[in-house]
Design a protein around this ligand. Structure first.
Ligand SMILES: Cc1ncc(COP(=O)(O)O)c(C=O)c1O
Length: 397
C-alpha cells in the first residue's frame, strides 16, 4: 500500500517549545501535576485580556463584523497601526501596513516574499524558532549571529559583521528578545543599522514585547535606523494579552521604495489567503486606541516575578542568569559541565521533578547550548515551588 511522504520542507520544521510539551502532557495524563515554565502565553497563567478589548471583540460579533475583511486589514485598523508606529518614530502610512494572523503569519509572508533560494538572512542566536524555520522553508539560509551572554545577551556586532556575505539580504532583530529577555541598547541598534546601510541590507525588527520593559523603555529600531529599509512587526498577543486571537502586522518603513517588490509579494500572499480574523482586528484597533493602563500593572507584576526568579536562580549552585530587561523570559546557563546536553537535562528534570522548561539548543544549537528558557509569568507561589523542585534536583545530583 502506498505511504504518502511529507515534503522535505515540512519535515524540517521544528518548534522546540511545543515539542517538549508532549512528554509533559503524558505525565499529566498519568495524573502528575506539572509546573509549566515553558509557554510564552500570559493567558496560560493569571493574566487576562483587558475588559474593554474583550468588549470590542464581542461588539464586533454582535454588529455582524463576521464576514471577510479586506486582505491587508480593515482600513481603520491600518490607520490606527500607522498612527501608533509614527508615534514610535516609524514614518509609515496605512498603505505600508499589512495585517496578518499574528506576527508569525506576517513573518511567513515576509520571508515568502523576500527569500529566494540561497538568500541568507541574519537571525539572532538564540532566536524565536520560526525565524529559522520559515527562512529554511523558502529555501533560504538562516545565518545565526551571536548575542553575547556576558553582555546581557546584546548582539555581538563583530560577529554579526563577520557573517555578512554577498548572499545576505536582511538582518533580523528581536527586541526585547525571545528567548533571552534582552532589551537592546540604542547604540547597538544604531550600529546594526549602520552595518545594514553599509552592506545594502534591510532590517526586520520584531517588537512584539515592545512595552513590556522593566528598567527603561524600548528604543524602537525605527528611531535608530535613519532611512535604512525596515519592516517592523508587532501585534496583540503579548502587550494586549490576547495571543489566541491571532492578529499582528508588518509595517514597511521604506522611504526610497526599495522594498516595493517585497511588499507587493507580501500583498499577493495576503490576497491569496483572504484575510485575518475580522472581529479580532476590530478588537486590536480598540486595544491600540483605548486605555493603556493595564500595561503598567502587568509590568509591575512581571518585574516582581522576574526578581524572584533571579533571586532563586542566584541561590542555586550550578545555575546563573543575565537580568532580562524586557519580555517575560530568562535564559539561564547550566554551569555543570556534566549537564551540557540541555535537552537531556530538561527531559530529566521533567521526568524526575515535573517542572517543564525548554532546552536552550531549541533556540539555537550553538549559542543556546547549555542553557534553558523559562518564563517568569506564573504567580509567585508557582515560581517558588518550581525552584524548590529545581533546587532539589541539583542537590540530589
Ligand atoms: C519574538 C516573537 N515574535 C512573535 C511571536 C508570536 O507572535 P504572534 O502571536 O503575533 O504570532 C512570539 C511569540 O512567542 C515571539 O516571541
Amino acid at each position: 500500500m502506498r505511504k504518502f511522504e511529507a515534503s522535505r520542507r515540512s519535515r524540517e520544521i521544528e518548534y522546540a517549545i511545543r515539542d517538549v510539551a508532549v512528554p509533559a502532557a503524558e505525565l499529566e495524563r498519568q495524573g502528575h501535576r506539572v509546573l509549566k515554565l515553558n509557554i510564552g502565553d500570559p493567558n496560560a497563567y493569571d493574566f487576562d485580556t483587558p475588559q474593554h478589548i474583550k468588549d470590542a471583540y464581542i461588539e464586533a460579533l454582535e454588529e455582524g463584523r463576521n464576514g471577510y475583511s479586506p486582505s491587508y486589514g480593515i482600513p481603520s485598523l491600518l490607520e490606527a497601526i500607522a498612527t501608533r508606529e509614527r508615534g514610535q518614530g516609524c514614518d509609515v502610512s496605512a498603505d505600508d501596513v499589512i495585517v496578518g494572523t499574528g506576527v508569525t503569519e506576517a513573518l511567513q509572508m515576509l520571508f515568502g516574499a523576500a527569500v529566494s533560494p540561497g538568500d541568507e538572512v541574519l537571525v539572532p542566536g538564540p532566536t524565536y524558532p520560526p525565524y529559522i524555520s520559515y527562512v529554511r522553508f523558502f529555501d533560504g539560509v538562516p545565518v545565526t549571529y551571536r548575542t553575547a551572554e556576558e553582555d546581557g545577551w546584546q548582539p555581538d556586532l563583530d560577529d554579526l559583521r563577520s557573517r555578512i556575505t554577498d548572499r545576505t539580504k536582511a538582518i533580523c532583530i528581536i527586541n526585547p528578545n525571545n528567548p533571552t529577555g534582552a532589551l537592546y541598547e540604542g547604540d547597538t541598534l544604531r550600529a546594526i543599522a549602520d552595518i545594514a546601510g553599509e552592506h545594502d541590507l534591510f532590517l526586520v525588527s520584531d517588537e512584539i514585547y515592545d512595552r513590556m520593559t522593566y528598567e527603561r523603555e524600548l528604543t524602537p529600531t525605527a528611531r535608530a535606523s535613519g532611512d535604512v529599509p525596515l519592516v517592523v512587526l508587532n501585534g496583540i498577543s503579548k502587550v494586549y494579552l490576547a495571543p489566541g486571537w491571532r492578529v499582528g502586522y508588518m509595517a514597511f518603513r521604506d522611504p526610497d521604495g526599495r522594498l516595493d517588490a517585497v511588499k507587493d509579494g507580501v500583498q499577493r500572499q495576503a490576497r491569496a489567503r483572504l484575510c485575518p480574523s475580522h472581529p479580532a482586528q476590530v478588537a486590536f484597533q480598540a486595544a491600540l486606541e483605548g486605555p493603556q493602563g493595564h500595561i503598567a500593572a502587568v509590568n509591575a507584576t512581571l518585574r516582581e516575578r522576574r526578581d524572584l526568579a533571579l533571586e532563586r536562580i542566584d541561590a542555586i549552585e550550578g545555575l546563573s542568569s543575565a537580568r532580562p530587561g524586557g519580555a517575560f523570559y530568562m535564559f539561564p546557563r547550566i554551569e555543570d559541565t556534566a549537564l551540557q546536553d540541555d535537552k537531556a537535562f530538561v527531559l530529566d528534570l521533567l521526568c524526575r521533578k515535573h517542572v517543564l522548561l525548554v532546552h536552550g539548543s531549541g533556540f539555537c544549537p550553538v549559542f543556546g547550548r547549555g542553557h534553558f528558557r523559562m518564563v517568569f509569568l506564573p504567580p509567585r507561589e508557582v515560581i517558588n515551588e518550581a525552584f524548590d523542585r529545581i533546587e532539589e534536583y541539583f542537590r540530589e545530583r
